[in-house]
Design a binder for this molecule. Structure first.
Ligand SMILES: Nc1ncnc2c1ncn2[C@@H]1O[C@H](COP(=O)(O)OP(=O)(O)OP(=O)(O)O)[C@@H](O)[C@H]1O
Ligand SMILES: [Mg+2]
Length: 315
């Protein structure tokens, strides 16, 4: 769907992007994560045709961005990190203005705008002035605007920054829904944990390079092998413990009432086999899951590793 190869961009002598490679699969909800100054906004601006790269290539839906910028722009909806100022403009006027930019007028435009404002939960704000909206509402309005031309790909630059937990949650639900409806979504943030909850794919950028990328499940599986297995039983605790103690993959067990946290060194197959063993022994298992990996920890591991490599080079 979206392929970036060896992308570089310098600002003066500063290398904002130094050989970035990235692939966003069709239908994915791709989390683009990295610390401040890593190059997220620069990459996004290049994808949206607002900035020219120094070298490298960007392909979207099989088209090269340098060769067919207009067509590509029609495929993308962009939600920038900065909203801008719109004095004396009401929400409905704002939306209709952008609709007109895409050649939509009159009833057709009004229908489309109403539908989008409903989808983003702003149907009651149509007569409000844009500048009077809260930050969360402005971001939702930005999203509604970005969807006017029904783009296949939505690209959002830190859309939830500055939002309170409630607005964040609502925004994430809207994004998830759009993704389920088939939109490919690229969303940048430095909140790793937040993205891990909704994303199907992830790319971690650091100093203008991709430090780690791939399917979320694969990435989480790489997170430290110490991800425990959480098992909750509704009785027969002793029996469950006896089975766990004799299992070759079990390394540690901590029990709190009916919940056991098990240090487990096995894969999915081993997990399934252990569950079967518990069920066969008629242990009433009512909860069984691998605790999700902590991306924050993974990110630290990656950057730590890089530091070590640098030291080896110096030595
Ligand atoms: N127009 C510009 N002129 C000079 N330097 C720039 C410009 N735009 C970006 N940079 C530099 O390029 C680097 C990458 O910036 P970018 O905005 O892409 O980072 P980011 O990952 O979006 O960071 P943040 O999380 O803070 O938004 C930064 O060091 C920044 O100072
Ligand atoms: Mg940025």
């Amino acid at each position: 769907m979206l392929k970036i190869k060896d992308l570089t961009k310098t600002f003066g002598r500063y290398h904002a992007l130094s050989g970035l490679n990235m692939e966003v699969p069709e239908g994915s909800l791709y989390g683009f994560v990295g610390p401040n100054g890593a190059g997220k906004t620069t990459t996004i601006k290049i994808l949206c045709g607002l900035l020219m790269p120094d070298s490298g290539s960007v392909e979207i839906c099989g088209m090269d961005i340098a060769e067919r910028p207009r067509e590509i722009r029609g495929l993308i909806g962009y939600v920038p990190d900065y909203f801008g100022v719109y004095e004396n403009l009401k929400v409905s006027e704002y939306m209709e203005f952008f609709a007109s930019c895409y050649g939509l007028y009159g009833l057709k435009a009004r229908r489309r705008c109403t539908a989008l404002l409903e989808q983003t939960g702003l149907e009651e704000k149509t007569e409000f002035y844009v500048d009077g909206l809260s930050r969360g509402m402005k971001q939702r309005l930005c999203l509604a605007r970005a969807m006017i031309h029904d783009p296949q790909i939505l690209i959002m630059d830190e859309p939830t920054s500055g939002m309170d937990p409630r607005s964040r949650f609502d925004f994430k639900e809207i994004i998830r829904e759009l993704n389920e409806q088939g939109k490919t979504i690229l969303i940048s943030s430095h909140l790793l944990q937040e993205l891990s909850e909704i994303c199907t794919d992830l790319g971690i950028i650091e100093q203008g390079r991709m430090a780690l990328s791939g399917n979320m499940e694969e990435i989480l599986n790489r997170v430290d092998t110490s991800r425990p297995l959480s098992i909750t039983v509704n009785g027969r605790v002793e029996q469950a413990l006896a089975i766990l103690r004799s299992h070759p993959c079990v390394q540690t067990i901590s029990v709190k009432d009916k919940e056991m946290m098990v240090g487990f060194m096995g894969d999915k197959q081993d997990e399934a086999q252990l569950l079967q063993q518990l069920v066969d022994a008629e242990v009433p298992v009512c909860g069984y899951s691998r605790v999700r990996g902590d991306l924050e920890t993974l990110f630290m591991q990656i950057t730590e590793k890089d530091e070590k490599e640098v030291l080896i080079h110096e030595g």
